[in-house]
Design a protein around this ligand. Structure first.
Ligand SMILES: [Fe+2]
Ligand SMILES: [Fe+2]
Length: 138
């Protein structure tokens, strides 16, 4: 599940580790509401930072389906808006379900959208380079 773009792969890892930290926070016997609120805020900010970097990277590299891809990112951002302390802790098990959903969403998105977007961009690059060398004009 790697895009092979180091910047993006590192950011994806960070997103998963924030989700894991939030999960750990929800499973503690003594809930630390401040920690949970802090991680929710970090996850929200980091997701928006990541989407921005990824969209910028793809745009700069001539990716064709940026609008559709950005819509998907907004979907994720909307999910996180539901991550309030009340939702996370109000109904037993709901917080964990929301996290499960978010994590699955992220795995699927990376696997099917980010990886293919980066492949597309990569093959454009290879094509450009070989055209520049006068190779591949058959
Ligand atoms: Fe993406
Ligand atoms: Fe991504």
């Amino acid at each position: 599940m790697r895009t092979n773009v180091e910047l993006l792969d590192d950011q994806h890892e960070m997103l998963f580790s924030l989700i894991a930290r939030l999960r750990a926070g929800l499973e503690m016997d003594e809930l630390d509401e401040d920690e949970i609120l802090t991680v929710i805020a970090e996850l929200t900010a980091y997701a928006s930072y990541h989407f921005h970097s990824e969209e910028k990277y793809l745009e700069e590299h001539g990716y064709n389906h940026l609008d559709l891809h950005s819509d998907k990112h907004r979907e994720f951002a909307e999910q996180i808006e539901g991550f309030t302390l009340e939702n996370m802790l109000g109904t037993p098990g709901l917080g964990r379900e929301m996290l499960d959903y978010l994590e699955k969403w992220l795995i699927t998105h990376i696997k099917y959208m980010d990886v293919s977007a980066c492949r597309q961009v990569e093959s454009r690059q290879v094509k450009k380079t070989s055209e520049g060398n006068g190779v591949g004009n058959g």
